[in-house]
Design a protein around this ligand. Structure first.
Ligand code: ADP
Ligand code: G6P
Length: 457
């Protein structure tokens, strides 16, 4: 690669313990490739074009500040109260306010000015996630003709759901300013193509790219992954014991940001239903680690309260003096402890109603003891389910199905566990994070000619 790699995402890592698929994956990817990572500082400030250097090894991190209004209207508002629910099929949670979209456009325009100042002609620019859909539009407006790629970490919305937006046609237009649109799954690509098929401004090229006005954009899936070998090594560190002296015996693990898209209430209900029907003497625990996220948004406050209530009910109904069925931890844990927890668990429950990929599913598989692996219960609505067909796939809307799958997992014979684990591990290895980023960047470097982006607007 001749130039440098410049990555832009709203969230950048500040501490050692990070949660959220985007930060975890990019941290691993940039750790290998090096480059510059530009993102929002967690503390607010003034709306200028200054950036603070946060650290320079093994990649540079530059942070801009959002104002308090921008934090409320761009991040909590347009990104997380409009685009997030829209893409996760929760139109009922979308909150439309004109100041949200204005702030979203303003932040994208300002970040574009920052990037335009930093970028040199040969640099590759890689933009991440729904916070920055219009960033390429703004960069092209400033005359930036570099190759610019975009990766959407969350599900691509269904065509009909886009009508929630005040100007749905801008979604297709903004994305068409990129040279490459990367999506998690083949299903996401199909939905993206459906959007362009329905748009009279788009034309299809023989190689599957779309031509929109005079610009050509490639659309491909790049399933995101983890640092498989590194995670497996962490999971084998026997000196780390996350439970101390409070080992719970057999347990099922869940690890999620406390987000309504993760189906946590149904997970707890499914576990409770399993407890009603379990074989005599079985006393497994559900260890749920769910750090709070986006707590200023009403829908997140509601899910937090709901889950606490359900956890209380389940423990109230089933606990014994020496057995707490649900252990619910409301904070982030260091990655090496997480890896150890996965390895000690008999099963992992992923119950997302919609999920771009779900890295937890891949982490659990990578962490297992290959001679005595646990069982992955995986929602068929998580992106990971497209390739991990040998996981025990579940319907997260169906409590009985979750309960039955927990029973199947806890009683599964070793031979079947081995067969399913090997198949899942093969997928995790073949789609690891290094492949994800090198594949994306290779396609970005070769797709189309950037010339058709010059002199635009
Ligand atoms: P999302 O991107 O929606 O949060 P993913 O499952 O793709 O969902 O990614 C979540 C990432 O955040 C995983 O790498 C997971 O290990 C990490 N994570 C989630 N919860 C915690 C936690 N409590 N402590 C540490 N890491 C966490
Ligand atoms: C998902 C999104 C990321 C986001 C992360 C954590 O992984 O795809 O863009 O960073 O959730 O959410 P937060 O709002 O805390 O950044």
């Amino acid at each position: 690669m001749a130039g440098r790699l410049i990555v832009i995402s709203n969230r950048i890592p500040m501490e050692k313990t990070v949660s959220g698929g985007l930060v975890v994956a990019l941290h691993d990817a940039l750790g290998c490739a090096g480059g510059i990572w530009i993102g929002a500082h967690p503390e607010t400030g003034v709306a200028d074009e200054a950036v603070e250097e946060l650290g320079s090894s093994p990649y540079r991190r530059l942070a801009f500040r959002l104002t308090e209004d921008e934090q409320a209207n761009y991040y909590l508002g347009y990104a997380n109260s409009v685009l997030w629910p829209l893409c996760h099929r929760r139109g009922d949670l979308v909150e439309m306010r004109s100041e949200y979209e204005a702030a979203y456009r303003a932040v994208n325009a300002r970040v574009a000015r920052i990037v335009a100042r930093i970028a040199e002609p040969d640099d590759l620019i890689w933009v991440h996630d729904y916070h920055f859909l219009p960033l390429a539009t703004e960069l092209r407006r400033l005359g930036v003709s570099n190759r610019i790629g975009f990766f959407l970490h969350i599900p691509f919305p269904a065509l009909g759901d886009l009508s929630v937006l005040s100007q749905p046609e801008r979604f297709a237009d903004d994305l068409a300013h990129y040279n490459l649109i990367g999506l998690q799954t083949r299903g996401d690509v199909a939905r993206c193509l459906e959007m362009y098929r329905a748009d009279p401004r788009a034309e299809f090229m023989p190689d599957g790219s779309i031509k929109f006005r005079d610009r050509v954009t490639a659309i491909r899936s790049f399933p995101i992954g983890i640092d498989t070998a590194g995670f497996a090594a962490d999971a084998s560190q026997e000196t780390v014991n996350p439970f101390g002296r409070e080992e719970p015996g057999r347990f099922i693990i869940g690890v999620d940001r406390l987000d309504y898209s993760k189906g946590l209430p149904n997970r707890f209900r499914g576990f409770a239903r399993y407890l009603e029907t379990r074989p005599d003497g079985a006393r497994p625990c559900l260890v749920q680690i769910a750090p709070p996220t986006r707590q200023q948004v009403r829908a997140y406050q509601d899910i937090t309260r709901e889950l606490e209530e359900i956890a209380g009910h389940v423990n109230g109904a089933f606990a014994e003096l020496n057995w707490t069925p649900v252990r619910y931890i409301h904070r982030a844990v260091p990655r090496v402890e997480l890896a150890r927890l996965y390895r000690k668990a008999s099963a992992c429950l992923v119950t997302s109603f919609a999920d771009g990929m779900n890295l937890v599913a891949k982490e659990f598989v990578a962490a297992q003891d290959p001679g005595n692996p646990g069982v992955l219960l995986l929602s068929r609505f998580a992106g990971a389910a497209e390739d991990m067909t040998e996981a025990l796939q579940i319907n997260p809307y169906d409590i009985e199905d979750i309960a039955a799958a927990i029973g199947t997992a806890l009683e599964m014979p070793l031979a079947e566990r081995l067969r399913r684990h090997e198949a899942c591990l093969d997928v995790v290895r073949k789609t690891d994070v290094a492949k994800w980023s090198t594949d994306f960047l290779r396609v970005l470097m070769t797709c189309g000619a950037s010339a058709n982006f010059r002199d635009f607007e």
